[in-house]
Design a protein around this ligand. Structure first.
Ligand code: CMC
Length: 385
């Protein structure tokens, strides 16, 4: 038995749990690479389908491989009727992330061989989830507004099709670029909390659907994926751009955390947020609605103040979740759908990590240092006070 308390790394801070060739986050310099390709280059030249292929298979596809991959995705974007029914039933009462989790979990029913962990079968399940999660997110948005479900349009790519299924309108070129950018930027981020939780479940040899459902549950929290919705709620609460500085100063004085700032790994400006920021500036030039203009102005003023106060001094910089919300509002997307979109795009990262982990599976089973008593005498219930 241990007599001396071991070193405990709370929240696994600073602990390496595995090797991975999927993505690299350089927190000191604010850089990110997927399979060695810089996020800036992928955001500029690639698309979500290609990035997903890259993450899952570890290489960029040839034209034939890409077409085959895209064809499989397009064939699977539709949703089973039972799934639509459950989404419709939950829509008026549950948070979209809870619906997302339930609907994703249901997909296991349509897989004839859900426990097959062969590489080909695993990738096939990941492709099914990649195709259906954006449709689930869109259906949630439709049913929340008591609108009818829109069937997928196979002429569109995955992210544009999501917008179409949500709004009933085919996005223009700029809108298509924005939504695909968000899918690319959210696709993967090494062993963050949700990816780690996916791997914990996968390590027990549970199926891909179980692991994905675990990831959705973990992503919901405001310290992780839920920060995008929480950040926009704060921006809305600020209301007027001229209230920004007072609101943030008071929140910081009250020791409140400002959602969308800070990161366990990045101690510099999150490179994903930097990319989103450049598109926000472009959106401002494109004459947004008054509501969106106000949100963008507040976001940019809050960002400036936070950098002055906490950036260089404490390494607390904007992360992608702070600026994602205003960009989604440019596209007219409701804040409750921000984290479900995160789920739909992160599926490619979660999936690639499952594939990689099962190459060399090891059950995740850490230790904890017990601090309670031992050999306590058992008292029958009638003698307890
Ligand atoms: N606003 C104000 N102070 C902050 C913030 C913030 N957003 N983030 C960290 N701090 C302070 C914190 O109060 C603490 O101060 P002190 O040393 O005086 O007690 C110090 O910085 C360290 O914070 P921590 O929470 O112990 O550090 P961590 O590495 O555990 O936290 C974090 C990382 C992301 C949980 C945290 O920065 C946070 O809560 N941020 C807000 C939520 C958020 O934006 N999450 C999204 C993360 S990025 C996207 C994703 O992966 O999901």
């Amino acid at each position: 038995m241990l007599t001396q308390k071991p070193t405990i790394n709370y929240g696994l801070e600073g602990i390496y749990v595995d090797e991975s060739a999927i993505s690299k986050v350089d927190g000191q310099n604010g850089r990110l690479w997927y399979r060695g390709y810089s996020i800036e280059e992928l955001a500029d030249k690639s698309n979500f389908e290609e990035v997903s292929y890259l993450l899952i298979y570890g290489k960029l596809p040839t034209k034939t491989e890409f077409d085959e991959f895209v064809m499989k995705l397009k064939d699977r974007t539709g949703l089973p009727d039972e799934v639509k029914r459950v989404i419709r039933k939950m829509a008026p009462i549950a948070h979209p992330m809870d619906i997302m989790r339930t609907a994703t979990s249901m997909l296991v029913m349509y897989d004839k061989d859900p426990n097959n962990r062969d590489l080909e079968s695993t990738v096939d399940k990941i492709i099914t989830l990649l195709a259906k999660l954006p449709s689930i997110a869109a259906a949630i948005g439709r049913f929340r507004e008591k609108k009818r479900y829109i069937e997928p349009d196979s002429s569109l790519n995955l992210s544009e099709n999501f917008l179409y299924m949500l709004t009933g309108r085919r996005p223009n070129k700029f809108e298509g670029k924005l939504i695909d950018l968000m899918f690319i930027l959210h696709a993967e981020h090494s062993t963050n909390a949700s990816t780690f939780s996916v791997l914990v479940t996968a390590s027990t040899l549970a199926d891909v659907y179980a692991a994905t459902t675990t990831g959705i549950g973990t992503l919901k929290g405001p310290l992780h994926g839920g920060a995008d919705e929480a950040a926009l709620n704060m921006i809305k609460a600020i209301g007027d751009p001229d209230n920004t500085e007072k609101y943030i100063e008071e929140a910081l004085e009250g020791k409140q955390k400002i959602m969308g700032f800070g990161h366990r790994v990045y101690k510099a400006y999150d490179p994903r947020a930097k990319l989103v920021r450049s598109y926000l500036e472009e959106s401002l030039i494109k004459e947004p609605t008054d509501e969106v203009r106000r949100l963008l102005q507040i976001a940019l003023r809050a960002e400036k103040l936070m950098i002055e106060k906490l950036g260089k001094s404490k390494g607390i910089w904007p992360n992608i979740d702070f600026l994602a919300g205003p960009l989604y509002r440019v596209l007219g997307i409701d804040s409750k759908l921000f984290t479900p979109i995160f789920v739909a795009s992160r599926m490619s990262g979660w999936g690639s990590h499952i594939v990689e982990y099962w190459n060399n599976n090891k059950l995740v089973r850490p230790l904890e240092y017990y601090t309670g008593p031992l050999d306590v005498p058992y008292k029958p219930i009638e003698l307890r006070q």
